[in-house]
Design a protein around this ligand. Structure first.
Ligand SMILES: Nc1ncnc2c1ncn2[C@@H]1O[C@H](COP(=O)(O)OP(=O)(O)OP(=O)(O)O)[C@@H](O)[C@H]1O
Ligand SMILES: [Mg+2]
Length: 486
C-alpha cells in the first residue's frame, strides 16, 4: 500500500537502522526467510506454559509476550514511518498509518490478537511514536497529579493526595531512558552519565525532574508534577475543605491590604496552589512580578511579569538564579513581588524587598509549622553567608513577614490549611506570633478519613485596624472559637 507517510523502499535501503541484519528490521517475504518469531501472544500453550496456569499467571505471561512484541513493533514503526512527513499529518491519518503497519507486522510475525488487545496495542504504539510511551495515558488522566518513576518496573502516581502503584511499566531501562531523552531533548536539554540529572518545565507547563544511572542506583528516577490548566480558586479550596469561609474572608483582607505572606508546607502540601489562589485577591491596578524556578503560577491579573530562573549550561555558564531575577525585579518598578519558593540565598533580597516598600509580597517555604518556617528563614540567611547577629536577622524577619499560612497534606490525602499565624513583633530575641485560625482534629473514620473542623483561636487579628482602615471591616465573630464536638 502506498502512503506518503511511509519511507520508500529505496530510502529504507540506503538508511539501514541496524548494520547487523535482523529479521525484525528488514521486512522479508515470509516465504524466503523465516522471520524472527516474537513470542506468540495468542498461543499460551506452545511455550511450555503449565497446562492449567492460573488465570492471573496466564494474564501475566500474555502481558510479557505483548511487551516483547511491542519492542519489535516499535523498531518496525520507526523504520517504516517517514517522520518528517508525519509532522503535517492529522492524528487520524497517523493513527491509521500506525494501525496499518502494526497489522502488517502482526500478520508477518504470525501473531493473532483479539480486538481489545489489538486496540490497546495500536494505542500504545501511537503513544510510543508520537508521545511519551507508557507515560502518555497517565499524562492524559486528569485525576493524576504526580507521576513518580522508580526505575522501569515501578511507576507510582498520586491521586487525591494519595500515592498508589500504577500498572504502568517500561520494557526495560533502555526504554525508560529513551522516553526521558525524548522529553528533555524536546526542551533543549540533555541527560546522560556525565550530566545525570535534569530539572525542566515541559511544553505543557508540567514540572519534570529526572536522574539517570549510575547516580540513580536502581534505574532512572523521574518525577512529574502535572500542570493543571484549571488552577484551584479560593472558592474551590473552600469547597474542598482546604480552609473555611471565615479564613477566606481574613485572607482576602490580608492580601488586599498588602500584608507580606509566606505559605509554608511540606512537599506537595499545596503551597503553590494556595499562593496562586491568594494572588486572586491582588488588585488589577498593581504591577506584579513573579519569580520561579519552574513557572507554575498563573495569575489572573492584567499586569503581571513572569520570570523563570535558569540553570547553568553544559560548560557551567549562563545560570540565572532566582536571586538574579529578584535583584533585577527590584529595578522593574514592581508593586508586589511573588517568589514561587524561597529556598536559598534569594531570601536576603526577598526580606529586603518586603521591608522596603514592596508590601504585599508573597512566597512559599518548605517548613512544618510557622515557628519552623521562621527557623528556616534564619538558616537560609546564615547559609547565604551573611554575617549578621541572630538578633538582627530575627528583627529583619520579624518586620518583613506579617503572616504565615501553613499548608499540610494529612494522612488521608486531604490538603488543608492547618494554621494561619501572624507575626506580631519581637520580645527580646524572640519573634512573637499569634495563631488566628487552625484546623482542629477531632477523630478518625474507620476508613482513615480525618475528622475535624476549622476554628478561630479567639484572638483578634493584630492587623484588624489596618483592615478597617483599608475598608475591610471584618466581623469579630470570624475569630471566634468553634466547638464542634463529635
Ligand atoms: N486543597 C487541595 N485539594 C485538592 N488538591 C489540591 C489541593 N491543594 C493542592 N492540590 C493539588 O495537589 C498537587 C500539589 O499541589 P502544589 O503544587 O500546590 O504543592 P506544593 O506544596 O507547591 O508542592 P511542591 O513542594 O512539590 O512544590 C497539585 O496537583 C494540586 O492541584
Ligand atoms: Mg510548589
Amino acid at each position: 500500500m502506498f502512503s506518503r507517510y511511509r519511507k520508500t523502499t529505496e530510502a529504507r535501503a540506503v538508511k539501514p537502522v541496524n548494520a547487523v541484519p535482523d529479521s525484525t528490521t528488514q521486512p522479508k517475504p515470509a516465504a524466503t526467510a523465516a522471520p524472527k518469531q516474537p513470542p506468540r501472544a495468542s498461543d499460551s500453550k506452545s511455550k511450555g506454559a503449565p497446562a492449567k496456569a492460573a488465570p492471573s499467571d496466564r494474564a501475566e505471561q500474555r502481558k510479557r509476550r505483548l511487551n516483547a512484541l511491542k519492542s519489535d513493533l516499535h523498531k518496525r514503526l520507526l523504520e517504516n514511518l517517514n517522520l518528517s512527513a508525519l509532522e503535517h499529518a492529522s492524528e487520524a491519518e497517523l493513527r491509521s498509518e500506525i494501525n496499518t503497519i502494526v497489522a502488517e507486522s502482526l500478520s508477518e510475525f504470525d501473531v493473532v490478537l483479539n480486538s481489545e488487545e489489538r486496540a490497546t496495542l495500536n494505542q500504545d504504539m501511537f503513544f510510543e511514536v508520537m508521545g511519551l510511551g507508557p507515560l502518555e495515558p497517565l499524562l492524559q488522566d486528569d485525576t493524576v497529579n504526580d507521576i513518580l518513576v522508580n526505575g522501569p518496573k515501578q511507576v507510582f502516581i498520586e491521586r487525591a493526595g494519595k500515592l498508589e502503584l500504577s500498572d504502568v511499566t517500561f520494557r526495560d531501562e533502555r526504554h525508560l531512558l529513551r522516553i526521558i531523552d525524548k522529553i528533555v531533548s524536546a526542551v533543549g536539554r540533555r541527560v546522560d552519565e556525565s550530566n545525570p540529572y535534569v530539572d525542566a518545565r515541559l511544553a505543557d507547563g508540567s514540572r519534570f525532574n529526572a536522574m539517570v544511572p549510575p547516580v540513580a542506583v536502581d534505574g532512572s528516577l523521574v518525577s512529574i508534577r502535572k500542570f493543571k490548566k484549571e488552577k484551584l480558586s479560593v472558592n474551590d479550596l473552600v469547597r474542598f475543605g482546604a480552609f473555611s469561609p471565615e479564613m477566606a474572608l481574613y485572607l482576602e483582607a490580608a492580601v488586599a491590604t498588602r500584608l507580606n505572606v509566606i505559605v509554608s508546607g511540606g512537599t506537595g502540601s499545596g503551597k503553590t496552589t494556595t499562593l496562586n489562589a491568594l494572588s486572586s485577591f491582588i488588585g488589577n491596578e498593581e504591577r506584579v512580578l513573579t519569580i520561579e524556578d519552574t513557572a507554575e503560577l498563573q495569575l489572573q491579573q492584567i499586569h503581571v511579569g513572569r520570570m523563570e530562573s535558569r540553570p547553568a549550561n553544559m560548560e557551567g555558564k549562563g545560570a540565572v538564579t532566582q536571586r538574579d531575577c529578584l535583584r533585577n525585579a527590584l529595578r522593574m518598578r514592581p508593586d508586589r513581588i511573588i517568589v514561587g519558593e524561597t529556598r536559598g540565598e534569594e531570601v536576603i533580597d526577598m526580606l529586603q524587598a518586603m521591608n522596603t516598600g514592596h508590601d504585599g509580597s508573597m512566597t512559599t517555604i518548605h517548613a512544618n509549622s510557622a515557628r519552623d518556617g521562621i527557623s528556616r528563614l534564619e538558616n537560609m540567611v546564615a547559609m547565604a553567608g551573611i554575617e549578621m547577629p541572630l538578633r538582627a536577622v530575627r528583627s529583619q524577619i520579624g518586620s518583613a513577614v506579617h503572616l504565615i499560612v501553613q499548608a499540610s497534606r494529612l494522612q488521608d490525602g486531604s490538603r488543608r490549611m492547618t494554621s494561619i499565624t501572624e507575626i506580631t513583633g519581637m520580645e527580646g530575641d524572640i519573634i512573637t506570633m499569634q495563631e488566628i485560625f487552625r484546623f482542629e482534629r477531632t477523630g478518625l473514620e474507620p476508613d482513615g478519613t480525618i475528622l475535624g473542623h476549622f476554628t478561630g483561636t479567639g484572638l483578634r487579628s493584630h492587623y484588624a485596624d489596618r483592615f478597617k482602615r483599608w475598608g475591610y471591616d471584618l466581623p469579630m465573630s470570624i475569630y471566634d472559637e468553634v466547638r464542634q464536638g463529635r
